[in-house]
Design a protein around this ligand. Sequence first.
Ligand SMILES: C[S@@+](CC[C@H](N)C(=O)[O-])C[C@H]1O[C@@H](n2cnc3c(N)ncnc32)[C@H](O)[C@@H]1O
Length: 224
Amino acid sequence: MVEEFGQQEPLAEHVYDKRVKEYGWVGSEVAFGLAYEYTSPAQTILDIGIGTGLGSILFHKAGMVIYGLDNSDAMLDICQSKGFASDLQLHDMSKFPYPYDGESLDHAVCIGALQYFENIQPVIEEVVRIIRKSGVFVFTVMDRSPSENAAMVLGPEITDSGSTDTIYRHSTPQISEYLQVCGLEPVKSLEFNMFMDRDKRRKSPVKIYVAMKRNTTRRSSGTG
Ligand SMILES: C[S@@+](CC[C@H](N)C(=O)[O-])C[C@H]1O[C@@H](n2cnc3c(N)ncnc32)[C@H](O)[C@@H]1O
């Protein structure tokens, strides 16, 4: 999946979706299963890095209204052709603000897109601005132990593009700190392995988090 990032040439119809199946990626299904209990039909959800829509189509099937942003026209075209998203925006997720008003959507999801960024705190802050109180943000990161380097270089055998690519992993303490600073309460998380190659020889840990926007403002931690 990683090699699709930034692709400017239009993809053959649903090539990306086929590849996701070949790799046995089930992150979207797991994310939906973890977040489902916090959502209701007719609520809205913003899919950041929506791609072809795999991360939000289950929320649509559960009756929710899908908003999506992505910086790839080709991916958005495929998503659009599926006809389930109510609103799609061509937007770079590292450019702020995103084109949505404050507290205008109920929830947010980001599957398989945060690994392109070393510092994801600004994305989390932007989600907190956009979603309503008690809304959840469900997202995946490439996991790492605190002693491992954040950067992971993917060789040509993984990228399929003949060149190397660098992605970033995020440790549990790092995510906990981001959530705390941004005002999100961690409610669930789950770690599992994803396959990095078609032959399913190389595995890498992924972690899915569900975090809720606090309903009340936290009191400062001073004494008195
Ligand atoms: C691995 S795909 C995941 C797509 C989808 N979320 C899914 O679950 O299948 C990563 C997506 O992130 C998008 N992306 C990568 N960098 C981005 C950026 N800076 N701004 C917006 N989208 C970005 C890519 O275009 C691609 O659609």
